[in-house]
Design a protein around this ligand. Sequence first.
Ligand SMILES: Cc1cc2nc3c(=O)[nH]c(=O)nc-3n(C[C@H](O)[C@H](O)[C@H](O)COP(=O)(O)OP(=O)(O)OC[C@H]3O[C@@H](n4cnc5c(N)ncnc54)[C@H](O)[C@@H]3O)c2cc1C
Length: 266
Amino acid sequence: MGARERKRSAEKAKNEARSFSFKDGMQTFTDALTAKLPDIQTNIIVESIRRDGSGTWHIQGIRYGEQRSWQTAAVVLAAPADAVSSWLAPFAEDAAAALKSIPYAPVATLVSVWKREDIAHQLDGFGFLAPRLENLEILGTLFSSSMFDFRTDSDHAVLTTFIGGMRHPGLPYKSDEALLDIMTSDLSKLIHVKKPPLWTKINRHPRAIPQYTFGHLKRIERIDAIKQSFPGIFFCANWKGGIALGDCVKNGHAVAKETSAFLDNI
Ligand SMILES: Cc1cc2nc3c(=O)[nH]c(=O)nc-3n(C[C@H](O)[C@H](O)[C@H](O)COP(=O)(O)OP(=O)(O)OC[C@H]3O[C@@H](n4cnc5c(N)ncnc54)[C@H](O)[C@@H]3O)c2cc1C
């Protein structure tokens, strides 16, 4: 949503919205959702979906190594674009092609713990994004322990650094040692770290962020068009309607309402 539209709907601007996190990480969020739902099955690798002539959806997948199938009146596809594309390909070629053409940027995240005295900067803020003209290899760093004081004690600092993106798509695949060097070297220029971190956890996300490139809205129209020919199919994922977690939650509510209205009317 653009700034003007947010103002009209009295929504907080993104730069003013409060940040939130969970003490035990994002798993807290999905665990809470799971606990609220009466009949939920997780750990399923969906292989295919199809809608038969009577309007029933058939889902084929693997759960704990066993081939399983499910029948439903509606499906909400909440997976990355490449997975959804492979499910749609047998019956909705154009929508599958539109999904497949959404580019994704790879990102490596480095969560690092430092001795507070080894960083000269005050870390008074949420962190920084590195603009292209700075010629740095990192994309930016969050001062995680400044944003959320439960992350560590006052003798230490926790930083989360992002490397890769569309600017440096090859970097996330470098070795752990190379990524550590990149981070430490850039952080020494910017926030004057004096020594390497005490501990670092590196995660690589090969398809991290879907890119809303020129023509994206047209792609979404082509994907949504199949809702007319195949009633009972819904989409809810970060390749549509916003990437931030807050946008995903908001879209989740809207799709839940849409799905429930559909089910009430059959
Ligand atoms: C490194 C990184 C940092 C981020 N930081 C922030 C941040 O600070 N703030 C913020 O607001 N947003 C952030 N985001 C963005 C935000 O977290 C995501 O856009 C959002 O969580 C995506 O939600 P989703 O439901 O679309 O996808 P996901 O949460 O990725 O869910 C998709 C699900 O589909 C499942 N799936 C895939 N294939 C199959 C299959 N064949 N069968 C069954 N299931 C399948 C996956 O297992 C996964 O559970 C970040 C993203 C990344 C990658």
